[in-house]
Design a protein around this ligand. Structure first.
Ligand SMILES: C[S@@+](CC[C@H](N)C(=O)[O-])C[C@H]1O[C@@H](n2cnc3c(N)ncnc32)[C@H](O)[C@@H]1O
Length: 212
């Protein structure tokens, strides 16, 4: 997702930094995320973009705590604004790169990870940047509680096929798989911004859920 530089953004963002958005000393919350967002268990969305999914999920499941991670600070403004407008106390947005997950979360601190329409990085030489590359899976394994789940959806078939192969190579148990989520038996409570955009164009949505 690319945003054009907006002159008003720095001031708008400042309203949320250190409140709904955590972008500094992120590791100081290690082991305390659940306390910070409340909830019986902690779910992450990595690459939350403008935040329709994480806000929708937080409203639908108030008993759970949610942390969105978004590497582009300017984009963090959008989910944070929704969190404030919706008066949600069970969501925080981390402004940072998921490459540092194990510095921010204790082993076993997270119950569920959502990856929605992750950047595909189509060139083979960039494959290590894909959020389903095995180095990322290793980080997810560290921070997830034993038996924790990862749910992944994308319209990008190449990224999906690559990811399913990575899940298998990593020895993860695949408990759900669909090449057409919207016409499947699987629950899909909240659609993301990208999901709405690409399914409206007729793209099929691929979905996979694995257990660590
Ligand atoms: C294609 S957008 C999808 C946004 C949203 N999940 C959706 O489905 O509408 C991917 C988002 O992931 C973010 N992202 C990519 N790599 C990331 C990383 N390593 N850590 C955190 N966010 C990342 C990008 O900045 C972008 O906003």
């Amino acid at each position: 997702m690319r945003l054009r530089k907006k002159p008003w953004m720095a001031k708008a963002l400042a309203e949320y930094l250190g409140k709904e958005i955590i972008a500094e000393d992120i590791d100081k919350n290690k082991g305390k995320w659940q306390e910070l967002v409340g909830g019986k268990s902690l779910a992450l969305e990595i690459g939350c973009g403008k935040g329709k999914f994480i806000n929708g999920m937080a409203q639908l499941y108030p008993e759970m705590g949610f942390v969105g991670i978004e590497t582009q600070l300017d984009i963090c403004y959008y989910p944070a604004r929704q969190v404030r407008e919706n008066k949600l106390t069970n969501v925080k947005i981390i402004g940072g790169d998921a490459a540092y997950l194990t510095q921010w979360f204790l082993p076993g601190e997270v119950k569920m990870i959502y990856l929605n329409f992750s950047d595909p990085w189509p060139k083979a030489r960039h494959s290590k940047r894909r959020l389903t590359y095995r180095d990322f899976l290793l980080q997810y394994k560290t921070i997830l509680a034993p038996g924790g789940h990862l749910r992944f959806k994308t319209d990008n078939k190449d990224l999906f096929d690559f990811s399913v192969e990575e899940f298998k190579a990593f020895g993860l148990q695949i408990i759900a798989l669909s090449y057409d989520l919207h016409n499947s038996e699987y629950e899909n409570a909240v659609q993301t911004e990208y999901e709405e955009k690409f399914s409206a164009k007729g793209n099929k949505i691929n979905f996979c859920e694995v257990v660590f």
